[in-house]
Design a protein around this ligand. Structure first.
Ligand code: PLP
Length: 479
């Protein structure tokens, strides 16, 4: 492709992306394809001859079609235009330094303390090359394990335990699988909205220490996936103060960006995070206006990452690194090479400004509050937990006067009814996608707001669809 062909194809790509965004309103919210559709549509081997670019672009239009945010797309486009292996400062100084700056911007935006800033030279932030909160958690566990073993040379690897709660995202179990470590999920109670209290942690530590186990990291959550639960990080931090070898990581993959608004910082336990957390992670690609992927991790001490992950063969040595003049992010995560992801974040933050970013978050919370008020006012539905920021968890109630079948309990009947409703709404409408979850054996639905273009009318339409499906699901269930 020469430069003129690139110019033409580039304009065409932007036109097509614009058309795609303009058409989003009329597209199904979930892909309607069947498994294998693409495997069957594509040849099993690469083409022998070069193909015309228009054909490839048409196939993309027809077969792939992605979804992301406009400013971020442009950032990604620019990022693809620079040759940038990213594996150390020398090979990619702009990529490294923009990331240092942008990570500090993001930290300040969400209120993280100065000790998490790159510019303090001790802590710092990195966009994980492995691109997800799950992989950030593995990196954290590797660093926490290395620190623990350094400080407790008698510890045996088989005794180490990763602590999570029953509400932690699958990332806790995944980290255990990858690292070959035991994971203990601590129980949480509905009375505390499924967040962990300090006493449950203290009790677990007592039990595990008595059986010779060595918990070395606790993965707390602000905004669990299922219900937006928030662990009581103040109490947890107080308990962990008595066990300074245990690393506190806070996963706030979707909710973290809400801390951009001062009014949500108390809810998000920001003070406790700043006081006690060794590391903190959030995904700007979830609710933070940045297109996938931008999974961010901050640590209080970058040494903990580099002590665990710095492997420097001769060919990777540079005089700038040896002199301690630069950050080489390769030692802050698993991969070596890295994409220029900070560009898209930079584009988004500059284009929105702190004010615009906060407005976006506040709109998401307000829309969810609107949804929650519709549920509260309905005789047919109920909220299962208190709405959390932009997430509501709800379910259908049993019709009044319903007689339970033999062996049926109220809970099993409710679960059957709600499963029937969920199956129906998933099959009936291509305009709404509700994910389901289980909370203490209760089957419920999650309503989450977060997209930049979601407006009140969309929430109202969603509510209409929910009510219509609920009517038919109930009739069928009663029949
Ligand atoms: N943690 C929480 C609280 C989440 O909600 C999610 C995703 O939904 C994750 C972790 C996993 O994120 P990732 O896909 O970046 O691994």
């Amino acid at each position: 492709m020469d430069i003129e062909e690139f110019r033409k194809a580039g304009y065409q790509a932007i036109d097509r992306i614009c058309d795609y965004y303009a058409s989003l309103q009329n597209r199904p919210v979930v892909s309607q394809v069947q498994p294998g559709y693409l495997v069957d549509a594509l040849p099993a081997s690469p083409p022998e001859q070069a193909e015309d670019f228009d054909t490839i672009a048409d196939d993309f239009q027809k077969l792939i079609i992605p979804a992301c945010s406009l400013e971020g797309i442009l950032g990604d486009l620019y990022s693809s235009s620079v040759s940038n292996p990213g594996f150390n400062w020398l090979s990619s100084p702009a990529c490294t330094e923009l990331e240092q700056v942008v990570m500090d911007w993001c930290a300040k935006l969400i209120g993280l303390g100065d000790h998490f800033l790159n510019r303090n030279g001790i802590g710092g932030g990195v966009i994980q090359e492995q691109t997800t909160a799950s992989e950030a958690c593995i990196v954290v566990c590797v660093a926490a394990r290395a620190r623990y073993v350094r400080e407790n040379p008698d510890a045996k690897l088989e005794d180490l335990v990763i602590y999570t709660t029953t509400q932690t995202h699958s990332l806790g179990v995944k980290a255990g699988l990858v690292l070959g470590l035991e994971v203990r999920a601590l129980p949480v109670k509905p009375e505390y909205e499924y967040g962990l209290r300090g006493d449950a942690l203290r009790q677990a530590l007592k039990e595990d220490h008595a059986r010779g186990k060595r918990p070395f990291v606790f993965i707390g959550t602000v905004g669990t996936t299922s219900s937006g639960a928030v662990d009581n990080l103040e109490e947890i931090g107080q308990v962990l103060k008595e066990h300074p070898c245990i690393w506190l990581h806070v996963d706030s993959a979707w909710a973290g960006v809400a801390m951009a608004c001062p009014e949500y910082r108390e809810y998000g336990k920001l003070d406790a995070i700043n006081k006690y957390a060794e590391s903190y992670g959030t995904n700007f690609h979830k609710w933070g206006l940045v297109n996938f992927d931008a999974s961010m991790l901050w640590v209080k001490s970058r040494r903990n990452l580099t002590d665990a992950l710095d492997v420097t063969p001769e060919f990777l040595r540079t005089k700038q690194h040896d002199a301690g003049l630069v950050v080489d992010y390769r030692n802050w995560h698993l991969g070596l090479g890295r994409r220029f992801r900070s560009l898209k974040v930079w584009f988004v933050l500059r284009r929105y400004g702190v004010e615009g970013f906060r407005k976006h978050i506040r709109e998401g919370v307000a829309l969810n509050e609107h949804f929650a008020s519709l549920v509260r006012a309905s005789p047919d539905f109920e909220l299962v937990t208190t709405p959390s920021l932009a997430l509501s968890v709800f379910r259908l109630k049993l019709p009044s006067g319903v007689v339970l079948k033999e062996q049926e309990t109220t809970l099993s009947a409710l679960n059957d009814l709600n499963r029937a409703f969920h199956t129906r709404i998933s099959a009936e409408s291509d305009k709404i996608f509700l994910t389901q979850t289980m909370l203490n054996n209760t089957f419920c639905m999650r309503f989450a707001v977060g997209a930049q273009r979601t407006k009140r009318e969309h929430v109202d339409q969603a509510w209409q669809l929910i009510q219509a499906s609920a009517r038919t699901a109930r009739e069928d269930w009663l029949a």
